[in-house]
Design a protein around this ligand. Structure first.
Ligand SMILES: NC(=O)C1=CN([C@@H]2O[C@H](COP(=O)(O)OP(=O)(O)OC[C@H]3O[C@@H](n4cnc5c(N)ncnc54)[C@H](OP(=O)(O)O)[C@@H]3O)[C@@H](O)[C@H]2O)C=CC1
Ligand SMILES: O=C(CO)[C@H](O)[C@H](O)COP(=O)(O)O
Length: 479
């Protein structure tokens, strides 16, 4: 088979094989290749009589494709992508499009784009979200690079994407690393959502005393309202899964130490570079880091004083807060905190777009996140509408309808944070969201003292409220 196949997929791991099957289902012919041969054989068997060239070598793979070639790489980030590029490059020609569809740091994508452009190869970075099932049945995709290359990929991408009433969940994000950048922010928001949900679970379980069955019911009910989202939906299901190796639910047997591959950390690093505040996402990364040292926590739990977690339930009882009221308060806290988290993520996108001249379209990004991806949520249609009606909106939370949402959730939100603090339950992300909210809405902050201290020890100067100019005081002379 030579020069016949519409597109190639290199890398048949979890994402690659599912995306390749999705492509085949949509009527495109494809060539597939994998570093080790077994996944290629397995794929050929799974594809049945679909037009697939299952290639054992990169030579065979590149020969099988129509020119200019369109190739999607779905391989491990970093060394996996470097190796795959090195293997493919000698067989590629001027005009071919090579897409990294994994998670990669946008700056690395831009470096590779520059390097490959010397050989005339159009290198492209595309974030793909939706996990295994999204890749198989329709993911959300965030492509970035040369626009003309996108136009050549679009007929396939729009067909394989999740199909939402507002359109396929794919759109051109911008030049260079814009696509991988938007996916990175998507993942930062994903970290925030997951940590907020985990904290809601902790409060409901330990202060409210809800069983796994009751938690499943609660999250299921929430998933029918404003909190409707993929992550809330799968959380409801997780509470119901029995432990195949013991009594009770599997969740209770899972080690409480979370891992990560790095996209959340990249988000926090870039936010720091752009001086953007993303406390909810940063707290979610911190929470994963802190959780990972299980042994250390067990040791410290015997040393540091604080409320006994076993008595957490007594805190709500002492305040006369019954279960129904607690569940409603936690729902409000989760929703309001989630709004803050999305506001931080969208603001970071706005700032990055200005800094790197990407011209990111915020309503369009919210649109393509409405289906197929891990952070798909009912809230995204509101976010899309907010930025569409006011493209200059300085902060998502200032959208008039969201201001009303936040007004109605104050009491529950503050109650949850204070109850958790009293009970000794950490709520890193929920508290960070509330403090973010209180910080941005507060006219006067204690930053005057920071300025005085900086000027005291380093003559860094300060400004006065009542006149212009950079001033310095000999502070110790006055003491
Ligand atoms: N899993 C998920 O839910 C999601 C993953 N992603 C991203 O998609 C990309 C692929 O992930 P996923 O499919 O889960 O990964 P898998 O681990 O399932 O597959 C990894 C693929 O990379 C290849 N590979 C690994 N190491 C090397 C290497 N050193 N040199 C060459 N090839 C290598 C593997 O080849 P071999 O079989 O020969 O080992 C395999 O084809 C990653 O960037 C990931 O972050 C994005 C969204 C969701
Ligand atoms: O990109 C993804 C989902 O959108 C991947 O599942 C990613 O690996 C999740 O990040 P982490 O492993 O750090 O939790």
């Amino acid at each position: 088979m030579t020069k016949e196949m519409d597109i190639g997929v290199a890398g048949l791991g979890v994402m690659g094989r599912n995306l390749a099957l999705n492509i085949a289902d949509k009527g495109f012919s494809l060539a597939v290749y994998n570093r080790h041969p077994d996944p290629v054989k397995e794929f050929a068997a799974a594809a049945g009589d679909k037009p697939v060239a299952a290639c054992k070598t990169v030579e065979e793979f590149t020969r099988a494709l129509k020119r200019p070639r369109r190739i999607l790489m779905l391989v491990k980030a970093g060394v996996g992508v470097e190796n795959t590029i090195a293997a493919l490059k000698p067989h590629l020609e001027k005009g071919d499009i090579l897409v990294d569809a994994g998670n990669e740091h946008f700056s690395v994508t831009e470096r590779r784009e520059r390097e490959l452009s010397e050989a005339g190869i159009r290198y492209f970075g595309m974030g793909v979200s939706g996990g295994e099932s999204g890749a198989r049945h329709g993911p959300s995709m965030m492509p970035g690079g040369e626009r003309a290359a996108y136009e050549e990929l679009a007929p396939i991408l729009t067909k394989i994407a999740a199909q939402h009433p507002d359109g396929p969940c794919v759109a051109y994000m911008g030049p260079g690393g814009a696509g991988h950048y938007v996916k990175m922010i998507h993942n930062g928001i994903e970290y925030g959502d997951m940590q907020l949900i985990a904290e809601a679970y902790d409060v409901l379980k330990n202060i409210g005393g809800l069983s796994n069955e009751e938690l499943a019911e609660t999250f299921s009910t929430w998933n029918q309202g404003e909190l409707e989202s993929y992550l809330v939906q799968i959380t409801a299901h997780i509470f119901t899964v029995k432990d195949p190796e013991g009594q009770g639910q599997l969740l209770d047997a899972i080690l409480d130490a979370s891992s990560m591959k790095g996209t959340g950390t990249w988000t926090v690093q870039d936010a720091a570079t752009l001086t953007a505040a993303i406390p909810t996402v940063a707290s979610a990364v911190d929470a994963r880091v802190l959780s990972s040292d299980k042994q250390g926590r067990v040791r410290i739990s015997k040393v540091l004083p604080g409320p006994d977690p076993a008595k957490a339930a007594a805190v709500a009882q002492a305040r006369g807060i019954d279960r129904k009221a607690l569940v409603a308060a936690v729902r409000d806290a989760l929703y309001a905190s989630k709004l803050c988290s999305y506001a931080q993520g969208m603001n970071l996108l706005r700032l990055a777009s200005i800094e790197r001249k990407w011209d990111l379209d915020l309503p369009e990004i919210a649109r393509i996140w409405q289906d197929g991806c891990i952070i798909r949520a009912r809230l995204l249609s509101r976010i899309k509408a907010a930025f569409a009606s006011d493209p200059q909106l300085p902060n998502l939370l200032l959208d008039p309808s969201l201001v009303e949402d936040l007004r109605g959730r104050q009491e529950g939100w503050r109650k949850v944070v204070s109850l958790a603090a009293e009970a000794g339950l950490p709520t890193l992300a929920t508290s960070a969201s509330l403090s973010y909210y209180d910080t941005i809405r507060r006219e006067r902050l204690p930053a005057n003292l920071i300025q005085a201290q900086r000027d005291f020890f380093g003559a860094h100067t300060y400004k006065r409220l009542d006149r212009d100019g950079d001033l310095h005081t000999e502070w110790s002379a006055g003491s």
